[in-house]
Design a protein around this ligand. Structure first.
Ligand code: NAG
Ligand code: NAG
Ligand code: NAG
Ligand code: NAG
Ligand code: NAG
Ligand code: NAG
Ligand code: NAG
Ligand code: NAG
Length: 744
C-alpha cells in the first residue's frame, strides 16, 4: 500500500460517514474575501449580456434596474419549451414522416438523420422544434404624480446608476434615482424553486410612482440564434394570457398559453395593497400598481408548468435560502486563490475562475446538459449538444462539486433506449449517443450532427472521473454504486464503439470512418478516416470499459479487446513545413496538413489526445510535443472556439510547459466580459459561449489538482484534496489550492 492510500484510508475513518460526498478538508483560504473581490459592478446596462441570478435550472437576466425594465433579457429554464405547429405539406405532417438520408458506409447503405431535400419542411421542423422559451419579462413602470403610467422613461433618464452582484450570497443590488428620488432594488432567485424575488425601497413607492409590469413573448423556431433577446413581442394574437386575482388579495396568477405549451406565473407581494390589471391593449403586458403608503415593497414571481404551484415562498425566505445556498457553494468543494501572486495574468485568471464558478452554477447545473448559452439566450434553438456536455460539465468533479453534475448525468440513462434504437436502426450494436438534443433525447437532423462521433466515449470520461472522485472521498459504498450505475451505459457504449470500428482486411486494423466528422467540423466526411483525437478517445474508452468489467469481477468481451488492440495507429506526417519533425495530423491521409489554411483552423482537437486524455502507449510523446509546437506556430487562433484554449492549456501543462498553459487561458481570442460571460467566437456564436467557462474550470482543476492517468485507489494522481501547491502553475506564482481531485 502506498503512503497516499494509507492516508486516504486514515482520512476516511476520521470523516463522518455522511452521504453528502463533499468531504473537503476544512478550508484554509479566506474564500469569501477572494470571491467578493470580483463582485461585478455596472453603471449602465450592457447591450449584450445581463447580470444574472439563478439556480442552474432557472435564471433571470437583469438590466441596470435589477429587473428587465429597459432590456428584455431572458428568463429561461430547463422545462420551458415550445413546438411550432407541424407542417401541413402532405407526407410531411409528422415527425415519423422524416426519413433522413442513406449514405454508403463501408459497402452498405446506412440511414442518417440528415435533412432530406425531398422533405424540407419536416426536416426543418425537427431541427427547430422544440425550442426553448423565454418565460416572461418583469420590469418597473413609472407613474407621474397624478398616477398616469406609460411615461416615456429611458435608462438615460436615471441618474446615479450603480449595480453590484454579491457573488457570495447571490444578491443583485441595483441603485438609481428618478428625478432625484433614490430607488434600491435587490434581486434573488430561489435555489429550490423557479422564483425570482425582488425587494424595492424608494420614496417613489410611497407616492405611488413606481410599479411593475409583467409581459410575455411568443416563441418561434424562426432563428437558430436568439441573442441577446429571446422571443417575439409582435405576435400578440398568436398566444394567450389570462389573469386570475386571488380573492384574498396580495396574490395573482397569469396563465400563458402558446399552442401546446402552458405555464403559470404566480405573483405574491407583501406588506401593502396593490392592484393588477391587464393586458394592456395589443399586448400581453400586465401592470401592478401599488397603493400609496410605505416606501418598500416585496414581490416574488414563481414560474411553473403546474397550475397549482403551492411552493410557499416570500422575499425573506428566498433571500435566506439564496444566502445559505451560495455560502455553502463557495465554502465546500475545491478552491484556488492566485491573488497573492502580483501578476496581472494571475489576477485575470482568478477573475475568470470566480465569475465562471458563479455563472456555471446559475446557468449550467440543471437537470439536462446545458445549452451553449446556458440560460442567458438561445443558440441552436435552445438545444444542447451531447459532444459539448463534457466541456460544459466535467469540471464539477475535479472541483468536488459532483452533486451538481449528478443533477443532469442521468441523461445517459434517460437517453439509453433511444440511443440503442439509433444504433440498431443503422445496423450497429450498442448505443449510439445523439448530438443536438432536446429533453426527449431526439437528435436534430444535420449532416454534421449525424456524423460526429466524439460524444460516444464521453461516458467513459465521466464514469472514470466519478469513480476517481468516490475514491478520493474514501467512500467505499459510493465507489460500488458508481461502478453499478455506469455498468450498463458503458457496456452499451463499448458495444457500439466496437461495432462501429471497421475491420480493414487489407491493413489488418480497425478504421474509424468514413463517413464521419471529427471534432473539427471542416473535413470532407466521405474522405475522413482515422482522426487522431477520435482514435485516441476510442482506445481510451475501450480501455476504461475493460477496466470497469474487471473492477466488477466480470469478463471483458473479447471483441472489445480485439478492437482496442487493433485500432489504426495515430496518423502522422512530416514535411519541410514541420522542419521534417513528425507530427500527428487531423486525420489519416489529409493533404497539406500544416500549409492549407482550412486544415489549421477550427478545433485543434488533435492535441486533446494528450491533454484531455491521459498518457497511452499508443501515443508518442515527442510526436505530441512536436504537434503542440506546430499548432502553436501555425494554427489560426482567431478561428477557434472558447474550449479550444483550455484544451491547449491542458496539453501544454501535461507537456511541462506551464507558462504556455497559463498564457492559453488568457489568449486574446479567449475573452470574458465584465461580468464573466465568455465571449462567443466572432461570426459563429453569440455571447455567452459557456463551453469556454466549463473548459476553463476543467483546465484549472487539472492545473490545481494534478493529473495522474488511470489507476486504482492509492495510485499516483488520486488527489487527496489537501491544501498545497498546484503543479500546473508557474513556480514563481503564489498559488493556494485546496480540495481538488486530480484529473485522469
Ligand atoms: C461608470 O463606470 C465607468 C467604468 O467603471 C467609469 O469610468 C464611469 O465614470 C462611471 N460612470 C458613472 C456615471 O458613474
Ligand atoms: C414537441 O413535439 C415532439 C414530437 O411530437 C414531442 O416529442 C415533444 O414532447 C413536444 N414538446 C413540447 C414542448 O411540446
Ligand atoms: C398539440 O397537441 C395535440 C394533442 O396532443 C397534437 O395533436 C398536436 O400535434 C400538438 N401540436 C404540436 C405542434 O405539437
Ligand atoms: C457522401 O456520399 C454520399 C453517398 O454515399 C453522398 O450522397 C453525399 O452527398 C456525399 N457527401 C459529400 C459531402 O460529399
Ligand atoms: C421627472 O420630472 C419631469 C419634469 O417634472 C417629468 O416630466 C417626468 O415625467 C418625471 N419623470 C418621472 C419618471 O417621473
Ligand atoms: C506573469 O506570469 C507569467 C507566467 O509565469 C509570465 O510569463 C508573465 O511575464 C508574468 N507577468 C508579469 C506582469 O509579471
Ligand atoms: C483499408 O485501408 C486502406 C488504407 O487506409 C484504404 O485505402 C482502404 O480503402 C481501406 N479498405 C476499406 C475496405 O475501407
Ligand atoms: C483565420 O480565421 C478567420 C476567422 O474565421 C478568418 O477570417 C481568417 O481569414 C483566417 N486566417 C487565415 C490566415 O486563414
Amino acid at each position: 500500500m502506498t503512503m497516499l492510500a494509507a492516508l486516504l484510508l486514515l482520512c476516511c475513518r476520521l470523516l463522518p460517514s455522511s452521504n453528502t460526498a463533499t468531504a473537503t478538508p476544512t478550508p484554509k483560504i479566506d474564500r469569501k474575501h477572494v470571491v467578493s473581490r470580483f463582485n461585478p459592478t455596472r453603471n449602465a446596462s450592457s447591450p449584450t449580456t445581463p447580470m444574472q441570478v439563478g439556480n442552474g435550472d432557472f435564471a433571470f437576466g437583469a438590466d441596470i434596474t435589477g429587473l428587465q425594465t429597459f432590456l428584455p433579457f431572458g428568463t429561461l429554464s430547463s422545462w420551458g419549451w415550445h413546438n411550432a405547429s407541424l407542417p401541413t405539406t402532405p407526407g410531411q405532417t409528422a415527425p415519423e414522416d422524416f426519413t433522413g438520408l442513406d449514405w454508403w458506409t463501408h459497402g452498405r447503405l446506412v440511414n442518417y438523420d440528415q435533412p432530406n431535400p425531398a422533405e424540407p419542411e419536416i426536416s426543418q421542423w425537427l431541427i427547430a422544434n422544440p425550442h426553448r422559451i423565454n418565460l416572461g419579462r418583469v420590469g418597473f413602470v413609472f407613474f407621474d404624480r397624478q398616477g398616469r403610467g406609460n411615461l416615456n422613461v429611458s435608462e438615460e433618464d436615471l441618474t446615479g446608476r450603480f449595480q453590484q452582484l454579491d457573488l457570495y450570497s447571490g444578491t443583485l443590488t441595483s441603485q438609481f434615482s428618478v428625478n432625484g428620488t433614490a430607488v434600491t432594488v435587490q434581486t434573488w432567485v430561489d435555489p429550490g424553486s423557479d422564483t425570482v424575488a425582488v425587494k424595492v425601497r424608494s420614496e417613489l413607492l410611497a407616492r405611488g410612482q413606481l410599479g411593475f409590469f409583467f409581459d410575455y413573448p411568443y416563441a418561434t423556431g424562426e432563428s437558430k440564434f436568439e441573442a441577446p433577446f429571446v422571443g417575439r413581442w409582435d405576435a400578440v394574437e398568436k398566444h394567450r394570457t389570462e389573469l386570475s386575482v386571488s380573492r384574498w388579495g396580495k396574490q395573482a396568477r397569469i396563465m400563458h398559453q402558446m399552442d401546446n405549451t402552458t405555464y403559470y406565473t404566480l405573483l405574491r407581494w407583501e406588506g401593502r395593497g396593490a392592484s393588477i390589471t391587464g393586458p394592456l391593449e395589443g399586448s400581453h403586458r400586465y401592470i401592478l400598481q401599488l397603493d400609496i403608503g410605505q416606501d418598500s415593497f416585496e414581490l416574488t414571481a414563481t414560474f411553473s408548468p403546474s397550475s397549482d404551484c403551492k411552493i410557499p415562498t416570500s422575499v425573506d425566505y428566498v433571500n435566506h435560502a439564496s444566502t445559505r445556498w451560495w455560502k455553502d457553494y463557495w465554502e465546500t468543494g475545491a478552491f484556488i486563490d492566485l491573488t497573492a501572486t502580483g501578476n496581472a495574468t494571475a489576477i485575470e485568471i482568478q477573475r475568470r475562475i470566480i465569475l465562471s464558478q458563479y455563472l456555471l452554477a446559475v446557468n449550467e447545473a440543471g437537470r439536462d446538459p446545458p445549452q451553449e448559452s446556458g440560460l442567458v439566450n438561445n443558440g441552436w434553438y435552445g438545444k444542447f449538444h451531447m459532444e459539448m456536455y463534457l466541456w460544459h460539465s466535467a469540471h464539477w468533479i475535479p472541483w468536488r462539486k459532483t452533486p451538481l453534475l449528478r443533477r443532469s448525468i442521468g441523461v445517459y440513462d434517460r437517453f439509453l433506449p433511444s440511443s440503442i434504437e439509433r444504433a440498431r436502426h443503422q445496423g450497429y450494436d450498442g448505443a449510439r449517443w445523439g448530438k443536438m438534443s432536446d429533453p426527449t433525447g431526439r437528435s436534430a437532423p444535420g449532416e454534421i450532427n449525424s456524423l460526429l462521433i466524439w460524444q460516444q466515449p464521453h461516458v467513459f470520461y465521466f464514469a472514470e472521473m466519478e469513480y476517481k472522485y468516490a475514491v478520493a472521498n474514501g467512500h467505499h459504498e459510493e465507489q460500488k454504486s458508481v461502478l453499478q450505475k455506469w455498468d450498463n451505459i458503458l457496456t452499451e457504449s463499448a458495444n457500439f464503439m466496437t461495432s462501429f470500428a471497421f475491420w480493414n482486411e487489407s491493413t489488418g486494423v480497425y478504421d474509424l470512418g468514413p463517413p464521419m466528422y471529427p471534432a473539427s467540423e471542416n473535413t470532407p466526411p466521405n474522405g475522413t478516416t482515422n482522426p487522431t483525437f477520435e482514435l485516441a478517445y476510442w482506445r481510451f474508452g475501450l480501455g476504461i470499459a475493460a477496466t470497469w468489467k474487471k473492477r466488477l469481477g466480470q469478463p471483458v468481451p473479447e471483441t472489445w479487446t480485439h478492437v482496442a488492440e487493433h485500432l489504426a495507429l495515430l496518423p502522422t506526417t512530416s514535411s519541410p513545413a514541420t522542419d521534417n519533425k513528425t507530427t500527428y495530423t487531423v486525420y489519416e491521409g489529409i493533404s497539406h496538413m500544416w500549409t492549407d489554411p482550412e486544415t489549421v483552423s477550427d478545433h485543434p482537437a488533435l492535441v486533446a489526445a494528450y491533454g484531455l486524455l491521459p498518457p497511452s502507449p499508443a501515443l508518442n510523446k515527442p510526436i505530441i510535443s512536436a504537434t503542440a509546437a506546430q499548432v502553436a506556430r501555425t494554427w489560426n487562433f482567431t478561428d477557434c472556439w472558447g474550449w479550444d484554449f483550455p484544451m491547449l492549456a491542458m496539453t501544454a501543462a501535461r507537456l511541462g510547459d506551464v507558462d504556455a498553459a497559463v498564457a492559453y487561458l488568457v489568449n486574446e481570442n479567449f475573452a470574458f466580459d465584465d461580468v464573466g460571460m465568455p465571449v462567443g467566437p466572432a461570426g459563429k456564436a453569440p455571447t455567452p459561449y459557456f463551453p469556454g467557462s466549463g473548459g476553463l474550470l476543467l483546465a484549472v482543476g487539472m492545473l490545481a489538482g494534478g493529473w495522474g492517468g488511470i489507476g486504482e485507489p492509492g495510485e499516483k494522481g488520486y488527489g487527496n484534496g489537501e491544501y498545497g501547491r498546484a503543479p500546473g502553475f508557474p513556480v514563481e506564482w503564489d498559488v493556494r489550492a485546496e480540495g481538488f481531485v486530480g484529473v485522469l
